[in-house]
Write a protein that binds this ligand. Structure first.
Ligand SMILES: [Mn+2]
Length: 359
């Protein structure tokens, strides 16, 4: 079943006449791209049984016609997108319209409400989100390609990860390798070293790598709209103190979580598999984030393998598994893989070495 059919079925179940999707300067680019195929930075999409419409401005008339089968509605200069949407609602008798309150500003919502005075807007945040969480075979192929580009790029960058190189230099080299392979960085590459590796989402700095440092690299490639997200922690020279021990704990937590993941497992229970390994080793206070998150057109999407997800994971979900231990002022370790949830386990998409690599 294609995405539009599935969405239209959901509209029927929810007794909605239409669904309104909104993307202002890339605020919800992936949502519109997923539903309509249009990948530009600005559009309003309306999905209904009466037809599917895409409103965008003159920057995108040609591109929208190429990328999407939706009926193009041209927003001319001086016109308001809310007025064009209201015309579509009224022309087709759409009275009850779903919208995503988590994807639109309050001001813009009020503006749509004023323009379409007799439309009853219904908060419908899960419709598209739930569809996106379960990946088709084609989507998984694209994520695999994004993983392949990322892993090849990381392999190529290994010879830059050495004493004397700065975090910024390593990040730049890695992103260049991704570019050369036709991808783009899925998000701003994280390279943090030494005591900075304890900064969970630190920004690369001019700090130069020293012998005995951990170098934590969290990055991804985006290819044909789909993302990979991988973290590896390397040691430049021999690991000192408790570095190897901590790495081993994270490695075991990550492995146990991978072995426990399958359809039907509750998101937070999977998190607790990794958390309990880290707690039993005495590092519980140093693992503060969720074990993983959904991955697709966005780097972070549903479902989460986190303490806040009470729902079971489903066949076809793609999630990350990424426990970590971060000791402030000392060092941090994280290992992150991308996996597909299957009925009896997982399909691991990432294959880069997980054991501690000493460079
Ligand atoms: Mn991640």
């Amino acid at each position: 079943m294609d995405i539009i059919e599935a969405l239209q079925r959901r509209l029927q179940e929810e007794s909605l006449d239409a669904m309104l999707l909104y993307n202002f300067e890339s605020s919800n680019r992936s949502g519109i791209a997923y539903v309509s195929g249009f990948s530009g930075s600005f559009a309003v999409a309306i999905v209904s049984h009466k037809g599917n419409f895409l409103i965008t401005d003159s920057r995108y008339y040609t591109q929208a016609a190429q990328e999407s089968t939706f009926q193009l509605v041209k927003l001319e200069s001086g016109e308001k997108v809310e007025d064009l949407a209201a015309e579509i609602f009224s022309h087709h008798g759409m009275k009850k319209v779903g919208f995503e309150s988590d994807k639109i500003t309050h001001a813009r919502f009020l503006s749509f409400s004023r323009a379409a005075g007799d439309v009853d807007f219904v908060e419908s945040n899960s419709l598209v989100t739930d569809l996106r969480a379960v990946k088709s075979a084609e989507e998984i192929e694209r994520i695999k390609e994004a993983v392949r580009i990322a892993e090849e790029s990381l392999t190529e960058t290994l010879n830059v990860i050495k004493a004397g190189k700065s975090e910024v230099e390593i990040a730049a080299a890695l992103e260049y390798e991704i570019r050369k392979r036709g991808g783009i960085a899925a998000f701003s590459t994280i390279v943090v070293s030494g005591e900075r590796s304890a900064l969970v989402h630190g920004t690369p700095s001019e700090r130069k790598i020293r012998e005995g440092d951990f170098v934590l690299i969290d990055f991804g490639a985006k290819y044909l709209e789909y993302c990979s997200d991988i973290t590896r922690t390397f040691c430049v020279g021999s690991p000192g103190g408790k570095m190897a021990e901590v790495y081993e704990v994270v490695y075991r937590a990550q492995k146990n979580a991978r072995q426990s993941a399958q359809a039907g497992v509750i998101g937070k229970d999977l998190h607790h598999v990794a958390q309990s390994v880290i707690e039993e080793a005495g590092y519980g206070e140093y693992f503060g984030h969720g074990l993983g998150h959904g991955l697709g057109m966005d780097v972070h999407e549903a479902p989460g393998a986190s303490p806040t997800n009470d729902k079971p994971l489903k066949e076809g979900n793609v999630i990350t598994i990424e426990p970590g231990i971060y000791i402030p002022g000392e060092f941090g370790v994280r290992i992150e893989d991308d996996v597909v949830i299957r009925e009896n386990g997982i399909e691991v998409l990432t294959s880069f070495e997980r054991e501690l690599m000493v460079l």
